[in-house]
Design a protein around this ligand. Structure first.
Ligand code: SF4
Length: 507
């Protein structure tokens, strides 16, 4: 019996034929991923809002395959074309392909339609163009007279005026001509995908860049486990080299298929890559103590260690904010009063789980905590802290002088660390979470529990805000976890700075 393929399976096939095969034959191997679920939740939220924006008169017809079943939706969708009303999640089938479309709007002509695929990203991506081409092909073959086909994305320059007025949030990019020109491509994908579906075994595909782009593949653990026997014993994988995707290195890897960085000639590597290679192969940390001295010398006392946590919303919540704007809701601030073993270390922080716009109270407290002080403000990757401070200064005129002065005092500990320190346990990463456990006497983030990285912090923030009115006990628990996590980040910076300072003094 011929197999039916959904648009989603075909998009999976475009990412990786093995992914599609596994999804069809072994969906039980799929690994649940909170990040993917969070992205799907955002997509659903944007989709629901889009329906109100695209049918402001409230006359849209919504289809639901879960309730009605696919066959009924396909049939009712074709019948509903006669109603000339906006259709949402309508289903169409042609041969072995079918698709559910986000929105289909009647045009001014008697039988014309505008297809709209709604996405929660800021720009149209290549896989979304594929997505639209597949839908346009199916609809045209099913007899729908398409006069336009667009991808609706979020306009990240739009500013939310408040009051639930979201007209202007979505911008549409019309791609009908492109979609029409790709019909032959779509048919080729379909034919190739159907062939793969029928194979009794998964296609042989090596893990690579396709495992993370355009989506993180939910079969990564399955494929890693399958590859594990072959990779057993490799203690210096090439992926640990910074910039291992550079064209020169990729060409060598494609031709010679090395499995370890030991097989890479030094002549092909940058100084940084050579450092990582030799530290890894010799299992010896590398420190450039002489280079550290001038880098650390210019710091002014007392030293402040600052870290923000921020959340982004595809659909802005607060008036005056843009989609995807980084909204800081928390910071941690350690201050080291003076050098030497007697130097007093103090800590303060800010966290807002009220569900109100946290920017002004955060900016006010930060200006009070740091605005009148002296000394360098250390961040780890100061580009982020600087961006947050500039945005706050632009928003609040009265606080701008204090916030701009804090920004001017920022010093970035990340490039200093990257230029002077590498430990084999970092496995190619200079994230503070990887660096901290390599410092003598320090432990990593594992003991923190549920909030141990930035993504988990955002989820905890959203959960805390959601429960703010109903579950103070759980909100208190989340607040403690968030505070512990953010404090750990700045405490890690203090520990790293002390270690580097000690090393530089011994040079
Ligand atoms: S993990 Fe990579 S190789 Fe395996 S199915 Fe997914 S994309 Fe394909």
């Amino acid at each position: 019996m011929p197999r039916n393929l959904s648009k989603s399976r075909l998009i999976e096939f475009r990412q990786c034929p093995k992914r599609m095969w596994l999804q069809i034959h072994h969906p039980e191997q799929r690994q649940a991923d909170p990040d993917t679920q969070a992205r799907m939740d955002i997509g659903n939220e944007v989709g629901a809002l889009a329906r109100t924006l695209l049918a402001p008169a409230g006359d849209g017809i919504l289809f639901d395959t879960q309730q009605e079943g696919y066959a009924a939706v396909f049939e009712r969708s074709m019948v509903s074309l006669q109603a000339r009303r906006p259709l949402f999640e309508a289903g169409f089938q042609h041969g072995s392909l079918f698709a559910l479309v986000d929105a289909l709007l009647p045009t001014d002509s008697p039988a014309g339609w505008r297809l709209i695929e709604v996405k929660s990203s800021a720009n149209v991506k290549d896989h979304q163009r594929d997505d639209l081409a597949i839908q346009a092909f199916i609809l045209r073959q099913a007899g729908v007279q398409l006069e336009a086909a667009a991808v609706a994305t979020i306009d990240s320059t739009w500013v939310y005026p408040g009051g639930g007025h979201y007209q202007g949030l979505l911008k549409q990019t019309d791609l009908l001509d492109e979609a029409r020109a790709r019909e032959a491509e779509v048919q080729d994908w379909r034919d190739a995908a159907l062939q793969v579906c029928e194979q009794p075994e998964p296609p042989s595909v090596a893990m690579g860049a396709q495992c993370t782009a355009p989506f993180a593949c939910p079969y990564t653990q399955h494929c890693q486990a399958a590859a594990a026997p072959a990779d057993a014993g490799i203690t210096a994988p090439i992926e640990w080299l910074p910039g291992h995707q550079s064209s020169g290195l990729r060409a060598f890897v494609t031709t010679h298929k090395p499995r370890s960085m030991a097989e890479l000639p030094d002549s092909l590597l940058s100084p940084m890559q050579r450092r990582v290679k030799h530290a890894t192969l010799s299992n010896t940390p590398w420190v450039d103590s002489a280079a550290l001295q001038p880098l650390l010398k210019g710091l002014a006392w007392p030293l402040h260690f600052l870290d923000f946590e921020a959340v982004q919303f595809a659909i802005p919540r607060w008036a005056g904010t843009r989609p995807f704007e980084q909204i800081p809701f928390q910071y941690s601030l350690h201050t080291l009063e003076s050098d030497g073993p007697q130097g007093r270390l103090t800590h303060t922080d800010f966290l807002d789980l009220s569900g109100q716009d946290p920017r002004r109270p955060l900016a006010q407290q930060l200006a009070s905590d740091l605005g009148n002080s002296q000394g360098s403000v250390l961040a780890y990757n100061k580009g982020f802290e600087g961006m947050v401070l500039r945005a706050l200064a632009a928003q609040f005129d009265d606080l701008a002088p204090a916030l701009s002065a804090i920004e001017a005092r920022l010093v970035d500990l990340l490039p200093i660390t990257r230029a002077t320190y590498y430990h084999p346990l970092q496995q190619g990463s200079w994230s503070i979470k990887r660096v901290l456990p390599t410092i003598p006497g320090q432990t990593g983030y594992a003991a923190l529990g549920s909030v141990a990285d930035g993504q988990a912090a955002v989820q905890a923030y959203l959960e805390g805000v959601r429960l703010a009115e109903t579950d103070p006990h759980q909100v208190n628990h989340l607040a403690q976890a968030l505070r512990a996590y953010c404090e750990k980040d700045t405490a890690a910076m203090v520990a790293l700075w002390k270690y580097l300072k000690g090393v530089s003094a011994s040079a």
